[in-house]
Every structure is written in C-alpha cells, then in structure tokens.
Ligand binder design. Structure first.
Ligand code: COA
Length: 383
C-alpha cells in the first residue's frame, strides 16, 4: 500500500443558499479544491462524492454523472458514496483507498448536500434511521439523540449546563469561521432558554439544516511535493459499523462504531489519544459531541461533561475540539460534513486557519458519524 497525501482542500460557504443550485454548489467546491492543489481538472483520475439524499432533498439521483458532466470532467470515473451523515467521511476513505492501492494517482473526494429546498427536511433525514423500528414509529433524529442524552445524564450525572457548554464552545470557534452558517457566540443561558426540540435537547443543542459542499484532492505521498509545499499526510483511515437502531444497543451512551473505528485508526497511525492535537467531532447534537470525546478515548466514559466545563476542549485546552465551529456552528450539510471536517484539519495543519488557528499543531483527527452511529469514520492526519 502507498502512503497518501492531501494536496488541496475547499469548502463553500455553509448556510441557507437559495441562490445557488445543487450542481453549482458541488462544482464550486471542486473547482476551488483543484485551484488550491494547483492542478488541472485533466489531472484527476477519479472522483468520489459523498451525498446522503439528493433524491429526497432536490429530486436528483445519478449525481455522479451530473457532477462529472456539469464540471466538464467527463469521462472521469465518478461515484456517489452514501452512508447517511458519514457519506463525506466514506467518500474520503474511498479516495484514500483508490490512491493507496495504486489504482489511481490523483483523486478528488468531495461531499455535498442541499437540504433547504424542501419545506420539511425531517422525513428525509429520518431515512438514516431504521424505518420499521424507528422512523415509522414517529421517532426523529432529535428524539433519538434526546434519549441518548437522558440516559447519559442518568448514568453519569451529566448536567443540562454541560451539554449547553458543548454548543457554547463550538460557537466560540465558529464565530471566527467566515464559512460557518451561524458564526456568532452564544451563552449557556441562551442554550437553556432556546425553544425545546426534543427534551432535553433545545434548538441551540441541534446542528442546523444546511446547504454546502467541500472537496479534497489526494495523491501518493511521494508525489505530494510536486504540487505543494504544505502536504498533509493521511496517517490512518478507519471505518466501522454499528447497529442502525438504537434499541439494539447494549448501551446507548456509547457509540460502538466510534470506539472500533478509533481503535483501528490509532493502531494504523501507531498513536494514542494523547497524540491528537485537534479533533473535528460529529456533534450533530450536543450530546454526540460528549459521546465522541469519550468514545475517541480523550476522557473516561462519563467524564466529557466535566471536561468541557473545565475548558479541556477549548482551542487552548488539552484537546481542542471543533476549531471550525463543528456541526453546530459551521453547519451540517449531511454528505459534505466529513469532507468539511477534513478541510478544517488540513487548514489547521497548514497554519492557514486564520483567527481560529491552533498554535504548533502537527496531528489532527476527524470523526464522522452516520445516523445514531450505524457508521463511523475516523481519520488521522499529520503535516
Ligand atoms: N442553531 C441556531 N439557530 C437555528 C438553528 C440551529 N440549529 N436552526 C434554526 N435556527 C434559527 C433560524 O435561523 C431561525 O432564525 P430566525 O427566526 O432569526 O430567522 C430560527 O432558528 C427558526 O428556524 P427554523 O428553520 O424555523 O427552525 P426549525 O424549528 O424548523 O428547525 C431544528 C430547527 C433544530 C428542528 C432543525 O434545525 C433540525 O432539525 N436540526 C437537526 C438536523 C438533523 O437532524 N441533522 C442530522 C443529524 S443526525
């Protein structure tokens, strides 16, 4: 297997983007990544695009062909990759495996979702859960994560305020991210007084409904310096699956897929949690940020609440979490999230993260979840 490097990244502005179409959104991300890598479109040998549900959000399937066509890249082989909200992480992993295996040299892995063109996105999002046992019984994602939050509060004494702090820290970082959907600071009081969505989760515990796209360009590590002075190296690419329905878990306060993917990633990279200097975690709801910090091994089970309260996850803390603002503040266009997380870690490792730059960072991680943990992708990068 060959080592793999990232030589270009991009992210579009995230938000409610009514003046740009699905096809223009993904094209913008792709072209920006190509520019960032200083290559030509003709240099690309394959494209993988993470997307959860263009069929339900914009009534468009066969998006691989659409994108290759619209970007003028035909006959480039292009494939859509779907694993709910982890689609981006898996598109990245598909690109990495294509380069590592020697099958292709220069590959683009991208992600896109346009969620705001439907009146109510909730039924489309709910297709990532178990239809028979969850969605058709009226359970939605906010309510699934609300149950996980309640159980975590019961088992470990996690407080409502500690959940709110996850959102507060995310927004503190996101306020410095010009590409974020909600780039403003918030307070614990604002979270606690925001409208109730699914008890105990409130509006400001939830990631928003978002339009957005992102892309990365990969090549063999040995060729990376032909393209850039600041390559970022893929040290580990891991994926694991877990039960799709919450009811089938032994413990709903642990996401086993995260634990397994993290263990594989640490083994591949020959690293431990203490080696990671920044992590982008999948905080689709505040509780999932806490679960991620625990399941990735940064703190003991049940200790994420106190850790966040003590400032451990702030940009100058022991393990900076979500320097981009995370899903809560940057936004969560489902299929694009795993790639946007990667773009943030690459900018951090290249020292290009502007006002939210973490000093001296050399190793970063991304953590991307599908559903309530039916899929997890964990990647480790170094500069
Ligand atoms: N954070 C901060 N502000 C938010 C927000 C969020 N997550 N979601 C919406 N807002 C703001 C809007 O900008 C709007 O502000 P305005 O009145 O100043 O214009 C206001 O809150 C109401 O927005 P609206 O779109 O009507 O909210 P909603 O009640 O329809 O939706 C949620 C709110 C939380 C239900 C929706 O964002 C949601 O479903 N989020 C979860 C998405 C999800 O499940 N993703 C997959 C995870 S696995």
């Amino acid at each position: 297997m060959r080592d793999v490097a990232i030589i270009g990244v991009s992210q579009t502005k995230f938000g409610e983007l009514w003046d740009i179409s699905f096809r223009d959104l993904i094209s913008e991300a792709g072209l920006k990544a190509i520019e960032d890598a200083d290559i030509e479109g003709a240099d690309l040998e394959a494209m993988f695009v993470g997307n959860m549900s263009a069929g339900l959000f914009v009534q468009q399937e066969h998006i691989a062909s659409l994108i290759a066509d619209h970007t003028g890249l035909t006959p480039l082989p292009c494939a859509r990759v779907e694993a709910a909200c982890a689609s981006g992480g898996l598109a990245l992993r598909s690109g990495i495996m294509a380069v590592a295996s020697g099958y292709h040299d220069v590959v683009i892995s991208a992600g896109v979702e346009k969620m705001t063109d439907v009146v109510d996105p909730t039924p489309a999002i709910a297709t990532a859960s178990d239809q028979e046992w969850e969605a058709q019984q009226g359970v939605t994602f906010p309510s699934l994560y609300a149950m996980m939050a309640r159980r975590h509060m019961y088992e470990y004494g996690t407080t409502r305020e500690q959940l709110a702090m996850m959102s507060v820290v995310n927004h503190k970082n996101g306020a410095l991210n010009p590409l974020a959907q909600f780039p403003m600071e918030i307070t614990v009081d604002q979270v606690l007084n925001s409208s109730l969505v699914a008890d105990p989760l409130r509006l400001l515990d939830c990631s928003p409904v978002t339009d957005g796209a992102a892309a990365v360009i990969l090549c063999p590590a040995e060729d990376a310096r032909k393209y850039t002075d600041t390559p970022v190296y893929v040290k580990a690419s891991a994926q694991a699956s877990g039960t799709i329905a919450l009811q089938d878990r032994k413990d709903i306060t642990t996401i086993d897929a995260t634990v397994h993917a993290a263990r594989t990633a640490y083994n591949m990279a020959k690293m431990e949690p203490k080696d990671i200097q920044a992590v982008e975690v999948h905080d689709c709801f505040s509780i999932n940020g806490l679960l991620a910090i625990e399941d990735l091994g940064f703190v003991e089970k049940g200790q994420a609440g106190p850790a966040i309260e003590d400032g451990l996850t702030e940009r100058d803390g022991r393990i900076p979490v979500n320097p981009s603002g995370g899903l809560k503040s940057r936004g969560h266009p489902l299929g694009a999230t795993g790639i946007a997380q990667t773009a943030e870690i690459v900018w951090q490792l290249r020292g290009e993260a502007g006002k939210r730059q973490i000093d001296g960072i050399e190793i970063g991680m991304t953590h991307n979840i599908g559903g309530t943990g039916g899929t997890a992708a964990v990647h480790i990068f170094s500069n």
